[in-house]
Design a protein around this ligand. Structure first.
Ligand code: ADP
Ligand code: MG
Length: 716
C-alpha cells in the first residue's frame, strides 16, 4: 500500500524512465507528486451545441468551448506540402455539423473512427453555414464516464504528458487520499474554517467546481504560510534586543497634520509604538492599498523614534520616490522641529559630505530619506533606531542586512501595497508581524473608469487634449513586447506528449489581438500631439534615465507619459488626471487597480480608461469589475473569482524563479488575508508552545523544519 512517503517508483506505471522524468520535476515520493499543483486549469465544462457555438462565432465571441460530437465519416488525410499534412473530418450533434482539422497529426486517423464520440475543446470559427475547429483538444466519451468540467494543466518534463501525470496523481489520491496526515492543529482548522487536507488535495487537482477549487487553494496557501510562519518564528530569536522607545505619544504629531488620521492609521501606529516600546526589535510589515496613507504612518513612526532620541532611515527603491518621501516627511516633521535630509545617488560632493556629517554627529539630522545610497558604508548614523523600507520587494536580503548592520537593534518597518508573493522572501528572514491599513482616508475621490474599444480612439484623443488643455497630465500604459517572448516549442517524440502539446494543454488558449508595440505607440502619440511634450519610459531603460523622465513628469515638464508597466509603484503626481491603459485585458485586475491609483491624487476629477479590443464576454466582464469597484481587496477577490479556474494559478512558475520559496499554490495580492491569518495562528501556537515540543505538535515541528531546510536550499 502506498503512503505519503512511498517513492514514486512503488507506483504502478512508474518505471525507471518515468521515475527519472518525475525526478526532474522534483518529484520523488507520493507527497511530492500530490504537491505538484497544476499550473493552471482548463474549463472544459462549458459545453455548447453546434448551433450555440455557431451563434457565438458569428457574434465574434472567441471563448474556447466544448462540443460533444460524433464523427460522421473517416478522416480525410492529405499532404499539403513537404512536412505538412492535414487531417480533416466532420462530426455532428443534433443541432449541426462541425469541421475539424489537425495538422501533422497523421496518427490520429486511428482515433477518429466513424461513429466515435468525443468531447472537443477549443475555439470555434464560423464560415458561412459551417463551423470549424482547428486542432481542438479531444477526449473520448466513454459510456458511463463523466468527463470532468475543470481539467488540470501541469508543468511537464520530457517523457511525461498531461494525461500520464494526471493519471498518476489520480492513482496516488486514490490510494492515500483519504488518510493524508493532517498537520494543522484542529483548533486552527476550525477557527479558520479550512477544508481538510484530503479535500484540498482532491480538489486542487480535480476540482468539482470553481468554489471547491477556491476552498482547496485557500487551505493549501494557508498551510504553507502557516508552516512558514512557524519555521520563521521558531528559527529566529524572538527576543532580539531592540532599542527601547518608551515615549509613544503622537498627539503633537497628529495635531500638526493637515488631516485626521484614519482609524486604520491610528491602529497601525499604536501597534508600531507598542513594538518599539517593548525592548525587542520590531519587525513589522505595513500593508495598505495605494493611497491608504502609509507615508503618514511612516512619519509617525519616525516621530516616535525622534521623541525617544533616535534617528530614522527611510529607504525608497528609486530616486524619484525618495525625493517624494523626503518632501512629504520634511513637510510633516519639519514643523515639529525634526530635521530631515535627503541622500540619493544624485546627492554628491560638498552636499553629500554635509549630509553625512550631519547624520554622524550627535544632535545632527534626525531623519534620512534616500535610496541605496543610504547603504553605503561611508554613511554612518550617530543613533539609528528605526529603518523603514518602502515597497520592499525591490530590495534584496543582502541590502536589508547591510542597513540593519548600521545598528543591529534598530527596529524595522516595511511598507507595501503588493505584499504577496514577494513579501515571502522577507517573511523568511524574520518573525514578522503585519499591520494593515484597510481603510481609505475620507473624501478620496473615485476615479471614473471606462472600458472602451478601438472605435473610441478619436474620442479618446480628444479627451487627452481636454485634460492637457486644462493644464493636467496624462499617463498611457501599454504592455511591452518583451513581456511576451515567443516560446520556442520543442517537438517531442512521444506521440501522446506531442498530442498534448499540439492539442492544447501547452497551447496558449488565449491568443489576444496583437500588442501595441510600446515604442511605435509612443511615436504615434507624439505625432498625434505634436505641440505637447510626450515622453516614453520602458523596462529596458537604465534606472537613472527612467528616474530622470519620471522626475520631469512629476515636475510638470512632460504632458503625456507613455510607459510600459514600469511606472513606479507609489509615484505621486497629483496633477495627472487621466490614466489610459492599452490592451488592458493583458493585465491582472490588481495590477490595473494599482495603475489606476496613479491618478485621482489631486483635487481635480480624474479618469481611467481601459482600452481593449478583445471580443470575449469574460474579458469585458473582468474589466467591468474595475468600473464598479474601487477597493483593492475587493478587486483582488473578484479577480480570483472571475479568472477562476482559467488561469489564476498561472503565476506559479514566477515565484519559483524568484527563488523565494516553494509555494504549493501561487499566491496573489488577494491572499493577504490568508497570509495575515496564517501568521497570526502561527504566532498563537508558538506562544503556547514556543519550541513545538508538545506531542500533538510533532507534525508541525517536522513541517517547520522541512520548510527551513527547503528555504535554506533555495535562498542561495
Ligand atoms: P500610500 O499608502 O499609497 O503610500 P500615501 O501615503 O502616498 O499613500 O497617501 C496618499 C495621499 O493621502 C497623500 O496625499 C496623503 O497626504 C493623503 N492622506 C494620508 N492619510 C490621510 C488621512 N488620514 N486623511 C486624508 N488624507 C490622507
Ligand atoms: Mg507610498
Amino acid at each position: 500500500m502506498l503512503t505519503w512517503e512511498s517513492p514514486v517508483s512503488a507506483m504502478r506505471g512508474v518505471g525507471a524512465a518515468r521515475q527519472a522524468a518525475l525526478a526532474s520535476l522534483g518529484i520523488g515520493c507520493v507527497r511530492d507528486l500530490l504537491y505538484h499543483i497544476p499550473r493552471g486549469y482548463q474549463c472544459r465544462g462549458n459545453v455548447k451545441t453546434v448551433a450555440e457555438a455557431a451563434e457565438m462565432a458569428r457574434r465574434g465571441d472567441s471563448m474556447p468551448v466544448s462540443l460533444m460530437l460524433t464523427v460522421s465519416a473517416e478522416p480525410n488525410y492529405r499532404m499539403i506540402r513537404r512536412g505538412m499534412s492535414i487531417l480533416r473530418f466532420r462530426a455532428f450533434d443534433e443541432t449541426g455539423t462541425c469541421e475539424i482539422t489537425y495538422f501533422n497529426q497523421n496518427f490520429l486517423r486511428n482515433v477518429f473512427h466513424t461513429g466515435g464520440e468525443f468531447r472537443f475543446f477549443g475555439r470555434v470559427s464560423a464560415e458561412g453555414r459551417t463551423i470549424k475547429m482547428a486542432s481542438p483538444i479531444w477526449e473520448v466519451c466513454a459510456p458511463g464516464v463523466d468527463l470532468p468540467g475543470i481539467v488540470p494543466v501541469y508543468s511537464l518534463a520530457s517523457g511525461l504528458s498531461q494525461k500520464i501525470l494526471s493519471q498518476l496523481i489520480r492513482d496516488a489520491l486514490h490510494s492515500v487520499g483519504t488518510h493524508l496526515p493532517e498537520v494543522l492543529p484542529p483548533e486552527v482548522v476550525r477557527r479558520q474554517s479550512l477544508c481538510t487536507l484530503a479535500y484540498a488535495m482532491q480538489n486542487i487537482h480535480f476540482p468539482e467546481d470553481g468554489d471547491a477549487l477556491i476552498r482547496a487553494r485557500r487551505r493549501l496557501i494557508f498551510e504553507e504560510y502557516f508552516s512558514l510562519g512557524l519555521a520563521v518564528a521558531s528559527a529566529t530569536q524572538p527576543d532580539t534586543a531592540g532599542v527601547r522607545m518608551p515615549e509613544g505619544d503622537i498627539a503633537p504629531f497628529a495635531g500638526a497634520l493637515p488631516y485626521d488620521l484614519t482609524g486604520a492609521q491610528k491602529r497601525s501606529i499604536a501597534e508600531i509604538a507598542a513594538d518599539m516600546a517593548g525592548g525587542k526589535r520590531m519587525n513589522r510589515i505595513l500593508i495598505g492599498d495605494v493611497g491608504s496613507g502609509k507615508t503618514a504612518v511612516a512619519a509617525a513612526a519616525a516621530y516616535i523614534a525622534a521623541r525617544n532620541g533616535y534617528q530614522t532611515a527611510l529607504m525608497a527603491p528609486t530616486e524619484i520616490l525618495a525625493v517624494q518621501h523626503y518632501r512629504e516627511l520634511s513637510g510633516l516633521l519639519g514643523r515639529l522641529g525634526i530635521e530631515c535630509v535627503l541622500l540619493t545617488g544624485a546627492v554628491t560632493g560638498a552636499q553629500r559630505r554635509a549630509v553625512c556629517e550631519s547624520l554622524a554627529r550627535p544632535g545632527g539630522a534626525v531623519v534620512a530619506v534616500g535610496t541605496h545610497a543610504l547603504l553605503n558604508s561611508s554613511v554612518q548614523f550617530d543613533r539609528l533606531g528605526l529603518v523603514i523600507e518602502d515597497e520592499q520587494h525591490r530590495f534584496g536580503v543582502r541590502q536589508r542586512a547591510a542597513l540593519a548592520e548600521k545598528n543591529e537593534s534598530a527596529h524595522v518597518l516595511v511598507m507595501s501595497a503588493t505584499p504577496i508573493p514577494r513579501t515571502l522572501s522577507l517573511v523568511t528572514y524574520g518573525g514578522i508581524r503585519v499591520s494593515r491599513l484597510d481603510e481609505m482616508p475620507p473624501g478620496r475621490q473615485v476615479v471614473d473608469t471606462f472600458v472602451v474599444d478601438e472605435s473610441y480612439r478619436a474620442r479618446l484623443n480628444a479627451f487627452i487634449r481636454k485634460q492637457t488643455d486644462g493644464g493636467h497630465q496624462v499617463y498611457i500604459v501599454c504592455p511591452s513586447v518583451e513581456e511576451n517572448p515567443d516560446k520556442k516549442i520543442k517537438i517531442p517524440d512521444d506521440p501522446e506528449e506531442l498530442a498534448d502539446l499540439i492539442f492544447g494543454a501547452e497551447r496558449d488558449m488565449d491568443e489576444k489581438p496583437p500588442l501595441k508595440a510600446a515604442v511605435e505607440f509612443a511615436q504615434t502619440i507624439a505625432a498625434t500631439f505634436p505641440d505637447l511634450t510626450v515622453a516614453f519610459v520602458h523596462g529596458k531603460m537604465k534606472n537613472a534615465e527612467k528616474d530622470r523622465v519620471m522626475q520631469a513628469f512629476s515636475e510638470g515638464e512632460i504632458s503625456i507619459l507613455v510607459s510600459t508597466t514600469v511606472i513606479e509603484v507609489g509615484v505621486n503626481v497629483p496633477n495627472a488626471t487621466l490614466m489610459i491603459i492599452e490592451n488592458a485585458d493583458r493585465f491582472g485586475l490588481s495590477q490595473l487597480h494599482q495603475l489606476r491609483g496613479r491618478v485621482g491624487r489631486g483635487k481635480a476629477k480624474s479618469y481611467c480608461v481601459l482600452v481593449s479590443d478583445t471580443k470575449g464576454g469574460d474579458a469585458r466582464a473582468r474589466l467591468d469589475v474595475l468600473k464598479k469597484n474601487h477597493d483593492g481587496n475587493a478587486i483582488a477577490e473578484e479577480d480570483l473569482k472571475l479568472r477562476g479556474p482559467g488561469d489564476f494559478l498561472k503565476t506559479g512558475g514566477e515565484i519559483r524563479q524568484h527563488g523565494d520559496i516553494r509555494l504549493p499554490v501561487a499566491a496573489g495580492p488577494g491572499d493577504v488575508e490568508i497570509l495575515a491569518a496564517a501568521m497570526e495562528e502561527a504566532r498563537l501556537i508558538l506562544e503556547a508552545d514556543p519550541d513545538l515540543s508538545r506531542p500533538d505538535h510533532a507534525a508541525l515541528r517536522a513541517t517547520a523544519q522541512d520548510v527551513l531546510r527547503e528555504t535554506a536550499n533555495t535562498m542561495n
